[in-house]
Design a protein around this ligand. Sequence first.
Ligand code: NAP
Length: 356
Amino acid sequence: MAKKDTTNPPVLVTGASGYIAGWIIKYLLEKGYTVHGTVRDPSKARNVAHLHKIAEGTPGTLKLFKADLLDEGSFDEAMQGCEVVMHTASPFIMEGYTDANEALVRPAVEGTRHVLESVNRTASVKRVVLTSSIAAVIGDNADARKAPFRVVNETLWNNTSSVKHNPYQYSKVAAEQEAWRINRTQKRWDLVTINPSMVYGPALTPHSQSASIDTMVQMAKGRYFMGVPKLVYGVVDVRDVAQAHILAAFKPEAEGRYIVSAAELTMLQISKILRKNFGWKFPFPLMEQPKAAVWLVGPLLGPVTRKFISRNVGLPLRIDNTRSRQNLGLQYRPVEATFVDHLQQVIDDGLLRKKA
Ligand code: NAP
């Protein structure tokens, strides 16, 4: 496709190979932007093949750069000439590591510092959009008790997570706080954070490593067939999360934190949506397990602790997404479409045939 002769400055997206970043880049390329994407290893063709393919069919232009969160200065080159920096890169893993600080917290916090120090050195940058998380707002559902009327909004900060308890959640709150600290030291660029709840919806590549994809694969493979914990969490479509980043980047009045979350659902409700649309082909969970049983055996089956179970299972959760709708202008798609499209992508890409 003929490339758009655009005078818009390039947009930097860190972690270009990621699940959410893929959709952000797609939308930017469709609008004709030049996207500077950073990846740890640009020679790993399969991680970025989908991006090159999207770029071929859109008016925008994609340029990939090598950068690592732990390498100071490695984002400088990719940032040259950019007015908008979208920092999405951060480890999103729930298991498979031994040292939570090294695997999660250090890359998230040092990475944010390194990206924002590059921003401080790059005079063209006017706005940074940081992909934070609802995890920077609350760590466990029990934290919702301290919310006004028990409805979680952007005024809250997660102060219950640590390297030992919910290290991923801790990595996100520590990184977002570091970002606001650095932002306050200057006046040239402003910071807007997107704080999504659990993200679902189709990935643009079968090679996505995001924990979001694994959760769907495990559900369809029957990991929870014997019953799911009564666990309610906020959910949002990956395409809506990407649109929120675009709105946050280009709406002059966008400011502060935006929780991005379409609805609150239990795992059983998600399972019911999937069964309604896909029938009995997959061993989706049929029931909820009593909290006492989850407390007893849960830690033996997966990466959950008894403290997590006590502070989440069976506890209500209500999330206020008013700011994202009214101030950002974000429109949410129905969650049914999110889960149906997501499982269809997982099936089409053959992910259910792969060994766990
Ligand atoms: P993802 O597909 O795993 O993307 C994470 C990205 O971070 C990958 O591109 C990865 O690059 C990059 N990364 C990790 N460690 C890095 C390092 N040391 N140096 C450079 N890049 C590094 O996960 P995602 O779901 O799209 O998550 C993107 C962002 O959204 C994260 O900040 C996550 O915390 C946040 N978020 C996600 C959800 C969700 O439910 N998915 C919800 C709320 C917030 P490589 O390809 O090189 O590994």
